[in-house]
Design a protein around this ligand. Structure first.
Ligand SMILES: [Ca+2]
Length: 405
């Protein structure tokens, strides 16, 4: 997809269908919800923020790492122990190794394209990667990809040797059937507890037809937490559902529609996710153990079900925005860099369809602040070794935020 062509509204919506979990929502719809929409930031309180924070619309994006100009980039990870190197993920399955100072040309780090489902849907492919927290010792890297026959999400481990993934070293850790080709999830991240967190959407189609959102018996609609320090995986005994009859013990949190991108605050270890909405609301959630984030009873702060909207036990979003501001949230990172101190402790995120970028203060209940609206189709965010944030886009470029004046 040529990002430059994606400036028209129709093309932006069409582009959204490549990755956005609101694909069916954007192109189909038909659901109606009777209650009036809540305000865009219903969690806003009258408590003033203790710090000045960012000034609205005072930022711009500048391209960085221009050597990373690959088709369909959707992930970025600094290589542990290599302060000048990162990997860039492409949906088609090739993972590139990139020198941050541009001193050497990019090289192929790994290639799972031959493992992917034939004729993948627009949301399928290589979708996530995480380096082992003990990478220097074990050389392990974990990836999520979409496989076929039957359609499924695969969590696999590879060994890195001589600067690249040994593709013959694949070890399948866990596979999850995917009934449809959308709402795949795919994010992988290690928490400060050393466990691997894996995001999975509701199984797809539209409106949660299998009602996976509220099932504790499925691995879908969840963020899983796995101990992958051994040869395969084990369930951490402290996982919240290990003692719940009929529940999958791998689940860490659920009621998520498509937690496409999530991350841990590098300072506090808190887990923040962007959960992609259906027809109306995109949400930011602070994920806690055992949390039920409401889908498909709720979409954002609003009832999605027209009957039986029992909100007992549900955790509502930290923030939500309506589809007049986008159509598919891309979760980012809590800023812990130094270049923009006013953003310290603010969660930076964006929208794939509108290209808008916001930040919200993780220490208050204040309103999100619009940082910039450059219009790029943002697929992911990443962290440089110095914790500065990069923004990954389907227009074949990587960007960084900077103050416009
Ligand atoms: Ca929710």
């Amino acid at each position: 997809m040529d990002g430059k062509s994606a400036t028209g509204v129709a093309l932006v919506i069409a582009a959204a269908c490549f990755i956005a979990a609101c694909i069916v929502a954007a192109c189909g719809g038909g659901k109606s919800v009777s209650p009036p929409p809540p305000p865009l930031t219903p969690t806003a309180s009258d408590t003033p923020a203790p710090a000045p924070g960012p000034v609205a619309n005072a930022y711009r994006l500048v391209q960085t790492l221009p050597q990373a100009d690959f088709d369909r980039m959707l992930g970025f990870a600094a290589i542990p122990g290599s302060p000048n190197e990162a990997v860039v993920l492409t949906q088609g399955g090739v993972i590139y190794r990139v020198a941050l100072d541009g001193s050497v040309p990019p090289a192929v780090f790994g290639d799972v394209s031959g493992l992917l489902i034939a004729n993948p849907g627009s949301e399928e492919g290589l979708l996530g990667l995480a380096f082992s927290p003990t990478f220097a010792g074990d050389g392990r890297v974990f990836v999520d990809y979409s496989a076929g026959n039957p359609r499924r999400s695969v969590l696999a481990r590879f060994r890195v040797a001589d600067g690249a993934m040994d593709m013959s070293s694949e070890r399948i850790i866990l596979e999850v059937p995917q009934p449809f080709a959308n709402h795949i999830g795919g994010q992988l991240a290690f928490g400060p507890d050393g466990f691997l967190y894996w995001g999975l959407g509701d199984g797809g189609s539209e409106g949660d037809p299998q009602q996976n959102g509220q099932k504790t018996s499925t691995l879908l609609s969840s963020i899983l937490r796995l101990d992958v320090s051994g040869d395969t995986y084990a369930v951490p005994p402290t996982n919240p559902f290990v003692s719940v009859e009929g529940a999958r013990p791998e689940k860490y949190a659920y009621g998520l529609r498509n937690p496409w991108r999530f991350s841990f605050d590098p300072a506090t270890g808190d887990l923040w996710a962007g959960d992609v909405g259906q027809n109306k609301w995109e949400e930011i959630d602070r994920i806690v153990a055992g949390g039920n984030y409401g889908w498909s009873i709720m979409e954002g702060f609003e009832c999605f079900r027209t009957t039986g909207c029992d909100q007992t036990g549900l955790t509502l979003p930290r923030a939500a925005y309506g589809h007049d501001f986008g159509c598919s949230v891309t979760g980012g990172y809590v800023y812990r860099g130094t270049a923009m101190p006013e953003l310290q402790g603010w969660y930076v995120y964006g929208d794939y369809c509108s290209g808008m970028i916001w930040a919200l203060d993780t220490t208050t209940n204040g309103d999100p602040v619009l940082l910039a609206e450059p219009g790029h189709p943002i697929t992911s965010f990443g962290l440089l070794p110095d914790r500065e944030v990069v923004i990954i886009s389907f227009d074949k470029a990587i960007y960084q935020l900077e103050r416009a004046s």
